[in-house]
Design a protein around this ligand. Sequence first.
Ligand SMILES: [Cu+2]
Length: 198
Amino acid sequence: MKTTTLGIACALALAACGENSPPPAPEPPPPASTPAPTAPAPVEPAAPAAEAPAATADTVPGDAKPAAEVSDCSTTIEGNDAMQFNVGSITVPSSCSEFTITLRHTGQLPVNAMGHNVVISRASDRQAIAADGAMGGVEAGYLKADDNRVIAHSDLIGGGQTTSVSFSVSAIQGDGPYEFFCSFPGHWATMRGTLQVG
Ligand SMILES: [Cu+2]
């Protein structure tokens, strides 16, 4: 019956029974009250540095993916959170004078983590366009301003968004081959396909 006795003793002399219950946790120290000189905002997650992709310019891009379905001089393609377009080639009917590519980002990641766009250029210009674009950052849509190697491009979008780009078909009837690709750093390794007039 020691417990009971102790209990009563405690009831009579609360202060003496401190050992039975842990002392109240000390208040957390107040946050350092130095007038916070705004710490440099953490730069947005380092864009995956243009890691050397295994694919080279000589590899046929998107060769394992289906061709885009085209109708009314337009097509809709998809980009996802796994850094993939759903098609590997787009053939523009020669009867079209203008062509529109709509891009749906079917993923959920935000634009600064998994942004996608559609850039149209000569295949031989792709790497330089992407390298220069990477320096512009996400705000610039990962494209250099007024890059005249870019034939056309859409906005850079995040998961759940849709964008589109239109261009004159005559612009891809010159000295190709031409491609569509995503200029987000590192993405073109998997996100590109052929673009031709057929
Ligand atoms: Cu992308």
